[in-house]
Design a protein around this ligand. Structure first.
Ligand SMILES: Nc1nc2c(ncn2[C@@H]2O[C@H](COP(=O)(O)OP(=O)(O)OP(=O)(O)O)[C@@H](O)[C@H]2O)c(=O)[nH]1
Ligand SMILES: [Mg+2]
Length: 349
């Protein structure tokens, strides 16, 4: 089923529909789908409770990592007597996806530190120092008066882009913001339908064109619609798979030009979605996207599915770009805001 662009530039932004199912009987409009407590880290009411909530959920999401390389690491670092075998520490960091060069640097610096807190405190401090500084409570903000905040979600196929958009839409809606989604992954018809399903769950509108349509035109129309409707945030899904890698990068560059044309100075947040289970490979992809598209943040998905969460340190250190959220499951509430201190505390908890 194709969602066509109507004549005169009018945007087709219908509610999602099930492709070939018979029409369901008319139902009352769905009530608000999400309670605020579903989403971790709202801090307008009780910042301490919000922080504790994120920490608890993160510890749970990091269970595999904590039982995996972190458990071994803590075992080596806790050795009494003459101190740890630093070779074992280094190997364990590499096994946890911190990366070979970085693991060596961390160990060298930790040894030199002669931390009065011991080897664990030294490694912990060195790991924490790899994470880039950031403002607390970051969120996408409009850069142009009267315009929406613009978020482009990019990354290779299957990493969790569409799911992350669904989670973000639900989260920001629960915060009381108006979210509009742009179905700019027009490469596959199923991608549009998947976005529509998430949009329905979150109760947000989608601007979509037919499969195969120009993604730039979808984004342009979404920005138009957002301005007309006074939406607070536009989040654009983009293709993770095109015929060639250069097609993919060209398309992203074009989408950015379209944003600039429709909302000059909009400074879109370009969030790279990285599947934590792909480890150092994923990091190489991130670097390629960063060169081509200028990433402003990373969303690390499937952290719940890996025992090697050390990739966080490698990404931030190598890219110099902050992780903004981590995905710890497939449900709407399974996206946690990322805070370096909380993350390191959860790893070593
Ligand atoms: N366990 C877990 N699964 C996740 C997470 N995020 C996404 N997934 C799953 O990963 C799979 C791929 O997610 P999608 O959102 O379709 O990925 P995508 O990047 O949009 O994929 P393409 O559109 O094919 O490029 C789905 O089965 C999601 O449920 C996460 O944080 N944890
Ligand atoms: Mg997708």
């Amino acid at each position: 089923m194709f969602r066509r662009r109507k004549p005169d530039g009018e945007v087709d932004s219908r509610e999602p529909e099930a492709p070939s199912e018979p029409e369901p009987a008319a139902e009352a409009p769905t009530p608000p789908r999400f309670d605020r407590p579903l989403f971790a880290g709202f801090d307008d009411e009780d910042p301490e409770a919000a922080r504790a909530d994120v920490e608890e959920r993160l510890e749970h999401g990091l269970e595999r990592t904590r039982g995996g390389f972190m458990s071994r690491l803590r075992g080596y670092l806790g050795t009494e007597g003459e101190g740890p075998s630093w070779d074992d520490v280094e190997e364990t960091l590499i096994a946890g996806d911190v990366g070979a060069a970085l693991a060596m640097d961390v160990v060298d610096a930790a040894r030199r530190r002669r931390d009065p807190g011991g080897a664990e405190a030294a490694v912990r401090a060195e790991l924490a120092s790899l994470l880039v500084p950031r403002e607390a409570g970051w969120e996408p903000r409009p850069a142009v008066a009267g315009g929406p905040a613009v978020v482009l979600i990019v990354g290779v196929n299957g990493t969790g882009k569409t799911t992350t958009i669904g989670k973000l839409a639900a989260r920001y809606t629960a915060e009381g913001r108006t979210v509009l989604l742009a179905a700019a992954d027009t490469f596959r018809a199923a991608a549009i339908d998947q976005l529509l399903i998430w949009a329905e769950r979150a109760g947000v509108q989608v601007v979509s064109h037919a499969p195969g349509a120009d993604p730039g035109a979808v984004v342009y129309d979404a920005l138009d619609a957002a301005v007309a409707r006074g939406a607070d945030i536009v989040i654009a899904d983009t293709a993770g798979r095109l015929h060639t890698k250069s097609n993919l990068m060209d398309e992203l560059a074009k989408i950015r030009r379209v944003v600039d044309k429709r909302l000059p100075g909009a400074q879109p947040e370009t969030l790279f979605v990285l599947d934590a289970t792909t480890g150092q490979n994923g990091l190489q992809q991130a670097k390629a996207f960063h060169e081509a598209a200028g990433l402003t943040g990373v969303v690390l998905t499937k952290l719940d599915s890996t025992a090697k969460g050390g990739i966080v340190f490698a990404i931030e250190h190598d890219l110099g770009v902050p992780v903004r959220f981590v995905g710890v499951g497939e449900q709407a509430g399974d996206l946690l805001p990322f805070d370096p201190e909380t993350f390191v505390a959860a790893l070593f908890a």
